[in-house]
Unconditional design. Structure first.
Length: 128
């Protein structure tokens, strides 16, 4: 009986996946700012923007800092990473499935808020 082909297992995410997550976060902030109106909404939107800036800058700083210190791990391309397995705490899963599980919540919320903003700008406001 032939032995099944073993795929490479990765314990880290590629830089391309972080870039996609940062893009979705920026899309979310743009979508949130499209709801800006007169009043106190601007203060709330500034707080949301600062939260996302901190949420993006901290992992980016750690990623860039670890890249200089870790010379044993070669950079992995997104294409190579997707064809392998991703090591989770309990088991290995296909990297493609892990990527969907990582990106789906952030992507759905980001695209959803932009679509809601587009609809809100296209539909005239009722003044009842």
């Amino acid at each position: 009986m032939a032995e099944p082909h073993k795929r490479t297992a990765f314990s880290h995410l590629p830089a391309g996946l972080y870039a996609v997550m940062a893009g979705f976060a920026a899309l979310f902030v743009i979508g949130a700012w499209s709801f800006a109106d007169a009043g106190y909404a601007d203060l709330t939107l500034v707080a949301v923007t600062m939260l996302f800036i901190v949420a993006l800058v901290l992992p980016l700083t750690l990623f860039l800092g670890a890249g200089r210190q870790n010379t044993t791990r070669e950079p992995t391309s997104l294409k190579e990473w997707v064809s392998g397995d991703f090591e989770e705490l309990q088991d290995n899963v296909k990297s493609r499935n892990a990527m969907v599980e990582i990106l789906l919540p952030l992507g759905a919320v980001s695209i959803g808020i932009v679509l809601i903003a587009i609809v809100m700008h296209l539909v005239p406001h009722a003044t009842a």
